[in-house]
Design a protein around this ligand. Structure first.
Ligand code: MLT
Length: 388
């Protein structure tokens, strides 16, 4: 029986994945895995036997995933599962920037009580809320991953010109967007060309405050900026100055803070990017599937702190070893397997930036001492045997 703790409200659709040998709930003790959405795990005390955390979403800044490497806890996310929901909010944001809808709605509300005068007042005042069309304008997309690519396709279809900047661009995405997006290696070029800019990069120490006064100095006057990624990507003090002096026409942000609320031409919404039932279901099911495959088979897909590894099961047992480095660990592992006469049916491994993973299939009996001795090796973080 595997135990899954939910740290946030997660779609019930996970019950279709965790059927049978699972206990799932928000009060589960000593879980094998945790499902989380936005709960902050930085000060969360993890239990000894925790082996996986699944983030139902893309961003993982609420999880200390680098620290979890040494603890042998694999952190999964769900890239792309909520991309359509975020894309649709980007489209909404573009139109909110162009058409002054929020100001107009507020003005209309203030006309309550004016009765039959309202139609005339509307015609007299509508010029105050005149907007611009997005067709023919240029959108710069910073980060052309799952979300950025969907945004690019949608706005291209709406007649926008699209610039893309992404140092980690996937070649398949580049191919898919050929003829629709002008990719540049120079973010300054994107800034200089764009009437609208939308950001779709993860929040890391390297991307913190990447939109700041230096960036504004390279942008077109009266640019519109959309940030549905993470609040900390934008230096709010610089943004407020830029909005107040007209360098930025509108800033749409999914991460309200005290200083942003009530600034004219800043439109904040309460982290709604992925808040659709469709996206919540997709993310939950994808995260649950990744966790179940890891618990039941040892396969790793979409981990942010261990390299991916997937292989069909061979043998009765699968020994799963999370380590720092394969080359330094494997000779000693082989020695221990030889000592216990373990006959191997398959060995699969993969190496990441700061971590490695090995899966060993076998039909031989596995003694607890073997597991203990492998786990005691230098640079080995965690050993699990599936099938026992
Ligand atoms: C994400 O990281 O995928 C989004 O911010 C959505 C969310 O956190 O719910």
């Amino acid at each position: 029986m595997y135990k899954i703790l939910k740290l946030n409200k997660i779609s019930d659709k996970i019950n279709n994945v965790f059927n049978g040998e699972y206990e799932v709930g928000d009060k589960v003790h000593n879980p094998d895995a945790i499902l989380v959405r936005s709960a902050d795990m930085h000060n969360y005390e993890v239990n000894e036997n925790l082996v996986a955390v699944g983030r139902a979403g893309a961003g993982v800044n609420n999880i200390p995933h680098a620290d979890y490497v040494r603890k042998g806890i694999v952190v999964f996310n769900t890239p792309g599962a909520n991309a359509n929901a975020v894309k649709e909010l980007v489209l909404t944001s573009l139109l909110l920037c162009g058409r002054n809808i929020t100001g107009a709605v507020e003005w209309v509300k203030q006309q309550k009580g004016k009765g039959e005068e309202i139609p005339a007042l509307v015609e007299k005042n509508k010029a105050r809320f005149v907007g611009r069309e997005i067709t023919g304008k240029t959108l710069g997309i910073i980060g052309v991953g799952a979300i950025g690519a969907l945004v690019a396709e949608a706005v291209y279809a709406l007649g926008m010109e699209v610039y893309g900047f992404d140092p980690f661009l996937n070649p398949d995405t580049a191919h898919r967007l050929e003829g629709k997006v002008t990719f540049t290696d120079d973010i300054g070029e994107l800034y200089a060309k764009s009437d609208y800019i939308t950001i779709h990069v993860p929040y890391t120490p390297a991307t913190k405050y990447m939109i700041n006064k230096e960036a504004f100095s390279m942008m077109k006057k009266s640019v519109n900026v959309i940030n549905l990624a993470r609040g900390e990507l934008v230096n709010n003090a610089d943004m407020i100055t830029a909005v107040k002096n007209g360098d930025v026409a509108k800033y749409v942000c999914d991460f309200p803070t005290e200083e942003l609320i009530d600034v004219e031409n800043v439109i904040t919404v309460p982290h709604l990017g992925a808040s659709t039932p469709e996206a919540e279901d997709n993310c939950a099911v994808m995260a649950a599937g990744e966790i179940a495959d890891y618990l039941e088979n040892g396969n790793i897909r979409n981990s942010v702190n261990f390299p991916g590894l997937y292989a069909p099961r061979t043998g009765r047992y699968r020994i799963c070893i999370l380590a720092e480095n394969i080359n330094e660990v494997m000779p000693s592992v082989n020695e221990l397997l030889g000592r216990d006469n373990v006959h191997l049916t398959a060995v699969n491994s993969s190496t990441g930036k700061n971590s490695a993973y090995i899966m060993i299939g076998t039909d031989s009996d596995i003694y607890p001492s073997l597991v203990k001795d492998i786990e005691a090796l230098d640079k080995v973080y965690k050993v699990r045997v599936i099938g026992l």
